[in-house]
Design a protein around this ligand. Sequence first.
Ligand code: NAP
Length: 450
Amino acid sequence: MSSLRIAVVGSGPAGMYAVGHLLGQGPEVVESVTVLDRLPTPFGLVRAGVAPDHQKTKKVAVGFGRLLNDPRVRCYFNVEVGAGIRHNVTHEEVLDHHHAVVYAVGASGSRSLGMPGEDLPGSAAATEFVAWYNGHPDFSRMSFDLSSPRVVIVGSGNVAVDIARVLTMPIDTLRATDIADHALHVLERSAVREVVLLARRGPESAAFSSPELLALTQLRDIDIIVDADLDKVPTPQHYGDRLKLALLREVAARPSREGRRRIVFRFLSSPAEIVGDTRVRGIRVRRNALRRGRPVPTDRIDHFDTSLVLRSIGYRGRPIAGLPFDGDSGVIPNHAGRVEPGVYVTGWIKRGPTGVIGTNKHDSAETIESLLDDARSGRLSEPTGHFAGLVARRGVEAIGLQGWATIDAHERGLGASALRPRVKITSTDRLLEVARGTPSLDPAANRVVD
Ligand code: NAP
C-alpha cells in the first residue's frame, strides 16, 4: 500500500483532532490530508458553538490552525459533501479520490419535544439561537423576540446555561467579545430580566456541569435562584453530582436583591404545552415528583408568560447520502469509528452529542487507529485520481488556506479598533468576497439585520 491520502469531512474539534492524529504519522504512512468543510470558515463549534464570553476555550483553534498550515494538509472550505442539489461532491466521489474518508460532521440538527405550540413563532431550538449569536451564516437572518421580561429554556445542560448567561450578562462584557454584531444589537435592546431553565429531574442529577454553574455565580449583578426543596434531595452516588449539589446549596443560600436580572433553575419541571395564538405567549409547566429516584408527572401545572421558549434538549446528527444512519440515536452506526473499511466517523456523528471539546481527542484517536489498522491489513482501496482536479471540474469556489487566512486577518483587523478579538463576517457571500481579497472596508457591509 502506498502512503495514504485521507479526507476529513468537517473541521470542528473532532475533525481537527483526527487531522492531528493523522499528521502524527510520518509522511511514509500519511501522504496528505484533505480537510473539507461546508462553511467558508473552519473549526465548527469552536467558532459557531462555544459561547462568545468563553474566549479561553476558543484558544484551542490556535493549535488547529497550526495543523492546517502543515504542508501535507489541503483545505477545501465552502465545499459540501452529499447528494442533494446544493451539494458539491458526493460521498462516493470523495472516497474514490482518497484511500479513506473520516466524517466529523457533528450533530447540526436539534431534537424536538413533540408538543403543542412547538412550531409557533417564538419557539426555537437552542441550537438555532446559539448559531445566531455566534454568527453562523445559515442563521444570521433569524430573529428572536427579547421584548418580554422572561425567556424560558427547556433543558438544563451546558448549552442552556450558556444561553442563560448570554441573555443576562452585562452588555459591556458581551461588547468585548466576538459575538455577532446582529445579536449584540438585539441584546442591547433586550427587555429580558429573568431566564427560567426547566430541568425535568431533581438537583441531584442536574445536566449542567459544576464549572459552568460556578462561572454563573461569578457574573456581576445576577441572582441565581434554585427552585427546589434542597433539604429533601437524595444524596447522589457520584462524587461529581455531590459536588454540584453542594454548590447548588451554597448558591441557594445567597441573598437575592430586588431589581437584578435572575437565572432560575426550576427542577422537577417538564414543559406541558407552549401556549399562543399567532406566536408564543407563554408555557405551561408540569411539576414532577421523585419516585424511587425517577421523576413522575404530578397534576400541578404552572403558567409562565413569555414570548420566547428555547428547547435545549440536545443536538441531533443528520444522515449523509450513501452512508448508513441510525434514525433513533441520530448517529452513523460504527465500531470504534469504523463504518466499513475506508469510511470512518468521529465526534458527535459517531457517539452522539455528549462530552466537551477535549473528549474528541481520544475519540478521534480511536477512529484513526481503526483506519490505520485497515490500512495495515490491506483493506483500503487505492484512490483513482486527485481530488483537486475533481473540485476544479465542478467549478466549486473552494476556500483554501490562503482564503481562510485572509478572512481571519480581516475579521481580527475589524475587531482590533473596537478592542474585540474579531468582528465576525456572518454572510457566506461576504466571506467569499473577503477570501477573494476584494472586501469592502465599510463595517456596515457586514450588517445583515438592522
Ligand atoms: P445535554 O447536556 O444532554 O442536556 C440536555 C438537557 O435536555 C438535559 O437537561 C435533559 O434532561 C433535557 N432533556 C432532554 N430531553 C428532554 C425532554 N424531552 N423534555 C425535557 N427535557 C429534556 O445537552 P446540551 O446542553 O445540548 O450539551 C451538549 C454537550 O455539549 C454536552 O456534553 C455538554 O456538556 C457540552 N457542552 C459543554 C459546554 C462547556 O463545557 N462549557 C458548553 C456547551 C455544551 P435530562 O438530564 O433529564 O436527560
